[in-house]
Design a protein around this ligand. Sequence first.
Ligand code: ATP
Ligand code: MG
Ligand code: FE
Length: 336
Amino acid sequence: IRILAIESSCDETAAAVVVNGRDVRSNIISSQIALHTLYGGVVPEIASRKHIEKINQVITEALKEAQMTLDDIDAIGVTYGPGLVGALLVGVAEAKAISYAKKIPLVGVHHIEGHISANYIENKDLEPPFLCLVVSGGHTHLVKVLDYGKYEILGRTMDDAAGEAFDKVARAIGLGYPGGPKIEKVSHEGNPKAISFPRAHVSGDAYNFSFSGMKSAVLNYLNGCQMKGIEIHQADVAASFQQAVIDVLVGNVEKALEETGMKKFAIAGGVASNGTLRNAMEQACAKRGVAFYRPSPILCTDNAAMIGAAAYYEYIAGVRSGLDLNAVPNLKLGER
Ligand code: ATP
Ligand code: MG
Ligand code: FE
């Protein structure tokens, strides 16, 4: 089954050709990051307009690199939520047009299901059930992947997503957008133990997260330094904040591994490309004899190959979307 996959939920216009869910023949990503950097974050209106400009180009490139034409494609997979509505609509309208013109089945894909499915691409042996931590710009979910397309959310963030916290703290310490990769980079020159930021644990629900308090703690620390005339050591703040986030993420994962007894664990989403986080998770898994899976960094951040992987498993389960498929900005994982 050859799937042409399209992703346009945020600020990456992407297309890929994926065969049988795990064999990526092409993975083209046109990132708008440089454009949005000017404004310190993603501007939805600009994102939509840029998608319109780029979408045909990335699809043409994806087909060319895969050495295929639309006549070789068996199904179209497209992200239809969650994400920015105007951005999603570009991909959805494009996918519907191709589906209609070429009479190719259409499969609407959940963006976070895509992030999780990125793990299937390089780990040919990975099959559900497994535990997965999704850490992206808009989501922080601890998920039990029961089967392909079947998810049980064990925990989620109560406020900011992990990636969002990275982005906000980066802005506060003058690193700019996107924050995650920049915080990771300067953290290598900093001391993660320099400042003790709180490790926020949400009481009650065992696996939930909260990052807004940690972000506020950084802001308070910065204000305090300014008032006392203390020079701010950017790398130490970055490294200490990054470590605090990682400790909280690892803490909940360890608890979930212990309590569920699951023997496979995967990470997903843009923050999962963080090397320090990857190492910490790998160690936590090794200690317990749990197999650890993670996508290559390029498959962690937004891309269409992951959408092709997810679309394949939906397709073979019989899922088809109609030509009335619409963008659903707040689509919940496991819902259609
Ligand atoms: P969502 O998937 O929730 O809709 P999104 O698509 O915007 O949101 P992703 O593309 O998965 O998010 O990831 C982008 C996020 O990942 C940003 O918040 C970015 O700062 C963060 N990120 C990227 N690289 C790193 C890194 N090396 N370390 C930490 N965070 C990172
Ligand atoms: Mg992005
Ligand atoms: Fe994403």
